[in-house]
Design a protein around this ligand. Structure first.
Ligand code: PMP
Length: 393
């Protein structure tokens, strides 16, 4: 009989180091407030930036899609065929992102795993920012390409690595970066990266998971924010954050997307989104195209909260987006802070290693367009109270 006590011991170790994540059970839908253990708490954890996760228009679109299309896709698209609804989502996403074509996958995580090994092999070089998301790291691991990891947002280091890749005879060079870094909220220096890519004849891929619905006109994302349409080869999106649903996608040139439909393993060997998810994501895209009101509200809320937190004396890092890391560094302190906040009616999870580097634990506050000014003031009051109690401010 296998000795499972090794897992139990490992779990104990994690608890001792303050690295064990307690997963909360929610008794209500995602929104500004949640019910947990029968108690109403302010939600500062969700990536539901615009409140779409429980939005009437999305829910109605999903219900109608179930009535028309049923609940499941039958099999992978190459075998069972694809609903016209799936194609409508891809076409609408392409219009929204101002690209030629898109292909959606089961999640943003899967989208990264789909594209990276499909377009690179042992003759190629991948150049990746050291703080790129885990799904990029795993996507790179699935490729046989040479790997170069450059220092976070350091374009000088990237240029050095591009030269090294050339010296090693790389056929194709693929530069990959997060657009918005999910744990710190800082932005990739995309204009400089694009210039280097043009100079060294490399492809650029940006993971826009936290940029969509947030940056650029109507939340079109980081490429729009920097005015780089047509100069970034691959954009990765997720439908699970600002879009409020589930799924991920790859956006780019027609030839690339068609190639992925023949070669990307998660497309060939795993079934697509359900009709409900597809229709809801389509509706989210339409709402974003119609109005930028929610995006503007998100920014107003985020700016207000971040400024007030800084005034209180909290270290909120280098964030340039609504992602607000409250830096506590010590994992145990961060866990304690999160527990104290919960007792005060705030759900704000502590984030430690391996999601962030060791010694960089934090509470990551996610502000949304659905928070009211009163909600934000309530959060600020409780952060101040707990911050003083734990000698953080
Ligand atoms: N990329 C980045 C930068 C992310 O932050 C995330 C979500 N944690 C993903 C990809 C994965 O997205 P999804 O949840 O849709 O799999």
């Amino acid at each position: 009989m296998f000795d499972y006590s090794i897992f139990a011991q490992e779990l104990e170790n994690l608890k001792e180091q303050g690295l064990y994540t307690y997963i909360r059970t929610l008794e209500s839908p995602q929104g500004a407030w949640l019910v947990i253990n029968g108690k109403k708490v302010l939600n500062l954890c969700s990536n539901n930036y615009l409140g779409f996760a429980n939005e009437e228009r999305l829910k109605n679109a999903a219900i109608k899609a179930i009535e028309k299309w049923g609940v499941g896709p039958g099999a992978v698209r190459t075998i069972a065929g694809t609903f016209s609804l799936h194609e409508e989502l891809e076409k609408t996403l392409a219009e929204f992102k101002k690209v030629e074509a898109t292909i959606f996958l089961q999640s943003g995580f899967v989208a990264n795993q789909a594209v990276i090994p499909a377009i690179t092999n042992e003759k190629d070089a991948i150049l990746s920012d050291e703080l790129n998301h885990a799904s990029i790291i795993d996507g790179v691991r699935l490729s046989k390409a040479m790997r170069f990891v450059w220092k976070h947002r350091d374009v000088k280091d990237l240029e050095k690595k591009l030269k090294e890749a050339n010296e090693q005879g790389a056929r194709r060079k693929l530069i990959i970066t997060d657009g918005v870094f999910s744990m710190d909220g800082d932005l990739a220096p995309l204009p400089e990266i694009v210039e280097l890519a043009e100079k060294y004849d490399a492809m650029v891929m940006v993971d826009d998971a936290h940029g969509e619905g947030v940056l650029g006109s109507h939340g079109r994302g980081i490429v729009d924010h920097f005015g780089l349409h047509g100069r970034v080869d691959i954009e990765i999106g997720t439908l699970s954050k600002a879009f409020g649903v589930l799924g991920g996608y790859i956006a780019g040139k027609k030839e690339l997307i068609e190639y992925l439909k023949q070669k990307a393993r998660p497309f060939l060997f795993s079934s697509p989104l359900s009709p409900a998810d597809t229709a809801a994501a389509l509706e989210a895209t339409k709402i974003l195209q119609e109005s930028d009101e929610r995006v503007n509200r998100l920014w107003e809320n985020a700016k207000y909260f971040k400024n007030e937190m800084r005034k209180l004396g909290f270290d909120t890092g280098e964030s340039e987006t609504p992602i607000t890391p409250v830096m506590l560094y010590d994992a145990k302190l961060s866990t304690q802070f999160s527990k104290e906040l919960f007792n005060e009616g705030i759900f704000a999870q502590s984030i430690g290693y391996p999601t962030v580097p060791k010694g960089k634990a934090r509470i990551r506050v996610m502000i949304s367009a659905t928070h009211s000014k009163e909600d934000l003031d309530f959060a600020l009051e409780k952060f101040e109270k707990v911050g003083k109690k734990l000698n953080v401010i």
